[in-house]
Design a protein around this ligand. Structure first.
Ligand SMILES: Nc1nc2c(c(=O)[nH]1)N=C([C@H](O)[C@@H](O)CO)CN2
Length: 118
């Protein structure tokens, strides 16, 4: 199954980072998600109950990262991927978390993981 549902450029403001000063402020993270889903069913029924609801997933991404307040992007990615797979029944996903401004000479830095079987 090659179908996916996409979320690109989702901005989440949270406490994140390894340095002391970073625990005192919020910073923006930018999330990209590609999630396997059989879109033939909602394509036929036109019913959001059959779809992977990108609005619901986006809301969960925000609550997860705001509650977690990770030090490392790697930890944020791992915990978020597991929560989304468990709660939405997503068999495979590719998740990127970027931290714009963390390295001033780079547009963004970040991590990308893939979890599950397509
Ligand atoms: N691989 C990683 N390297 C670094 C991270 C990270 O989350 N993963 N974080 C930092 C600091 O928090 C940095 O972003 C502050 O500017 C450094 N390296």
């Amino acid at each position: 199954m090659a179908d996916t549902v996409l979320i690109e450029g989702l901005v989440v403001e949270t406490v994140v980072g390894v340095y002391d000063w970073e625990r005192e402020v919020t910073q923006d993270l930018v999330i990209d998600l590609e999630m396997a889903w059989d879109n033939r069913v909602p394509g036929r029924t036109d019913d959001v109950a059959d779809a992977l609801d990108y609005a619901a997933v986006s809301a969960r991404v925000e609550t997860c990262l705001q509650a977690l307040r990770p030090q490392l992007l790697e930890h944020g990615a791992e915990v978020l991927a597991k929560a989304l797979q468990d709660e939405f029944g997503i068999t495979w996903l590719r998740l990127a978390i970027r931290k714009p401004g963390a390295v001033p000479t780079a547009q963004a830095v970040g991590v990308q993981i893939e979890r599950g079987v397509r």
